[in-house]
Design a protein around this ligand. Structure first.
Ligand code: UT7
Length: 324
């Protein structure tokens, strides 16, 4: 018997305010046609001034907790993936822990930008597999609107806010891909590419948060190739074929990147969870938001095999194979 981390439940939160492409046409020199053609985004949610990453993470976490039927005291730890924390310190995770009444245990943030959720999921999986925790609340939460330069049309039309959560639980079963849980995780970063997608400043440089700067075309090129590489690695590592994957759950940055990964896997787009059109790019929140939407709609069902993948600033990228 081996310990696996299974996804016990999901939950999410999106701010009430919706910003459409038509709204953006009034802010910067852009068009709905350009945004849809180049990225696939039609609208996105933007947090209110008073709404923080921690608030959104807490609501998503609470919903995941409710959907699990567990009590706060059943949770051993909280890991939050975010690039836009409420404060430089303490972490968003300790806020979520306190607000949800979770007992003292491990709680910390992970920062790997848009790959953050895959990094957090991997970290939690390893704590569970080595027996250091039984149940971990894993959240991806972002207020990207707070680090967007609203005068920069090349980035402000892409990024958005929200939070998604999963509860991972230790379960024991025999080895084999038929069993529920995380079967493999694959993480990468290439720090030589860190200036392709970055903020203009930070705590120990400019003393402020800075705003997003992206060499879009370059990032796009690497995203397509890294995603193809890492999904190929997942298949090879687990000795499976694309036909054995029920759902691709990708980071939602650009529909063209998602389509290219689906094509590589020879998967039809109706087996790909896509929320980029109505969520935009919510960085670390995008995968758990997409997952919760697909689970809530009844698209993703228990026992189905999911291939999760993401790519972001760093550059970072990664993937996970999970039987839901
Ligand atoms: O989530 C983390 C990872 N991030 C990503 O994966 C994002 C990767 N990059 C992308 O998704 C795409 O590169 C973008 C959506 C950002 C841009 O699409 P693109 O097809 O690569 O466009 P481009 O950057 O090559 O720009 C094409 C043209 C330029 O004009 P010129 O130089 O051809 O005259 C831009 O100035 O489009 C112009 N442009 C815009 N026009 C209208 C750039 N932004 C806009 C805009 N509205 N918002």
């Amino acid at each position: 018997m081996t310990i696996y981390s299974t996804i016990k439940s999901t939950g999410s939160y999106l701010p009430e305010k919706i910003l459409t492409n038509a709204d953006l046409e009034k802010i910067v020199d852009t068009t709905d046609e350009w945004i849809v053609q180049r990225s696939g985004i039609k609208q996105r949610h933007i947090a209110a001034d008073t709404e923080t990453t921690g608030n959104m993470a807490t609501i998503a976490g609470l919903r995941a907790l409710k959907n699990s039927g567990l009590k706060p005291e059943d949770i051993d730890g909280v890991i939050v993936a975010t690039t836009t924390p409420d404060r430089t310190f303490p972490s968003v995770a300790v806020k979520v822990q306190a607000e949800l009444g979770i007992k003292p245990g491990l709680a910390f943030d992970v920062q790997a930008v848009c790959t953050g959720f895959v990094y957090a999921l991997t970290t939690a999986d390893n704590f569970i597999k080595c027996g250091q925790a039984k149940r971990i609340l894993v959240i991806g939460a972002e207020k990207m609107s707070s680090i967007v330069d609203w005068n920069d049309r090349t980035t402000c039309v892409l990024f958005a806010d929200g939070a998604g959560a999963v509860i991972l639980e230790a379960t024991e079963h025999n080895d084999g891909l038929d069993g529920q849980g995380i079967h493999s995780t694959h993480l990468y970063a290439n720090g030589n590419q860190r200036d392709l997608l970055q903020t203009s400043g930070g705590v120990s440089t400019t003393g402020d948060n800075g705003h997003i700067e992206m060499q879009g075309r370059e990032v796009f090129k690497y995203a397509v190739s890294y995603m193809a590489d890492v999904v190929g690695e997942v298949l090879e590592h687990n000795k499976i074929t694309p036909e054995q994957i029920d759902w691709l759950v990708p980071h939602q940055a650009n529909i063209r990147i998602i389509e290219s990964t689906a094509k590589k896997l020879n998967m039809s787009m109706d087996k790909v969870v896509t929320t980029v059109d109505h969520h935009g790019n919510t960085s670390a929140a995008s995968i758990p938001l997409a997952l919760d939407e697909a689970v809530s709609k009844g698209d993703i069902k228990r026992g189905e095999m999911l291939l999760i993948e993401a790519m972001g600033g760093g550059l970072t990228w990664g993937a996970a194979l999970v039987r839901f």
